[in-house]
Write a protein that binds this ligand. Sequence first.
Ligand code: GLY
Ligand code: MN
Ligand code: MN
Length: 463
Amino acid sequence: MFSADTYIQRRQQLQGKVENGLLLFLGNEESPMNYTDNVYHYRQDSNFLYFFGIDKPGMAAVIDLDSGISTLYGNDISLDHVVWMGPQPSMQELADQVGAQTAPFSNLETLLKDVHGKRKVHFLPPYRDANTIRLANWLDISLPDVATQHSEDFVKGVINIRSYKTAEEIVEMEKALAITAEMHVTAMRMARPGLTEANLTGAVHGIAVGGGGNLAYPVILTVNGQTLHNHYHGNVLKSGQLVLGDFGAETDTYYAGDITRTFPVDLTFTDQQKAIYQIVLNAEMGAIEALRPGVTYREIHLLAAKIITRGLKDIGLMKGDVDAAVEAGAHGLFFPHGLGHMIGMDVHDMEDLGEDLVGYTDEIQRSKQFGLRSLRLGRELEEGFVLTVEPGIYFIPQLMDQWEAEGKHTEYINFDRLIDYRDFGGLRMEDNLLITADGSRLLGPPIPKTIDEVEAIRRKGMS
Ligand code: GLY
Ligand code: MN
Ligand code: MN
């Protein structure tokens, strides 16, 4: 964790963004897998971590906006617990680490009942049922109303602070990416026909855990990259296939890496794979080149879409005017997702607070068009943002069949040429970038990316 000063400063910044009342932070509890004591890997809430730093269940916190006092609520453990859990820091020691006061957990419920109807209690939108139920009980609101009664000022204040990464956060993100790079290089060196997706997944998961933290999100490692969120790992790798790996580590300080690479099961790409790979690489590099404060990420997304469309036109899969094709959304057949998203303590940073509040503004609103509507970040870029750039090209047989049957975008798509690509799969490339004063900086160590670099590491194998 960071020093107490960091947490104190963050809370002071937040206090300046909401007028009065109490800011209530709920930590996460353990989450049972199949019976109460057999739990999923514990993950504290990111907002709680950001402002109060303590990575333990059984915690909540309040900032009193009128007195300026921050209180961490929780209970000291008993000797019985010490037998099972070992010695633990006291609540006073934990509170001192983040510059807060402390009080027993039950005092929180008493406080909330006392202020009911008298002072505004601001809370963030809960994403776990246990916290929804607690809010309903403590604040005397019906369960369905919890979803609509969170505090917009609180949400906007948190987004406004967490969107700008500080130097000490960037250090942690670089650490996440160093571990993530090792995961990707290992998968690229290890792959060979006969191994399963699960063999590679186990290896990269182990590296994430070995790095002191865990996975930042469930591993996508698949020979069916055309299925965007494919978490099945049961296939055997076969010669001729591509492996799409989208995975990253979370550090012991809860910062995420989110990287994608695609490589051949064989030691080299086929000519067909090379052609598609180079288009995606051009789109990724073109987009990265254009990043700077003042441009909207929607413009960058559309730039990548145009590079993809031009590339697909060059190899005969698309046709017609590139700008008009992108305006019409025809490229969405091959690139049906957004170019990227904010990243930080959450892989899709702050998405619990509302995707559109993080990624859009009153001026830049989310599109309804297929493909563009999946862009999570559309707003103008600012120095200090950290985001992903992740273009891809996918051949999704069901989607190609449907668009062809509907005669959709026939002026821009050569459907008769797609027959040769039905088994191609999908190809994506993803890196994490910090927006700087005059451009951007790639975070983390370089990971093989050009065709030559990828083939070189494939040849090197595990030797
Ligand atoms: N790892 C999911 C994504 O790239 O957004
Ligand atoms: Mn990813
Ligand atoms: Mn991503």
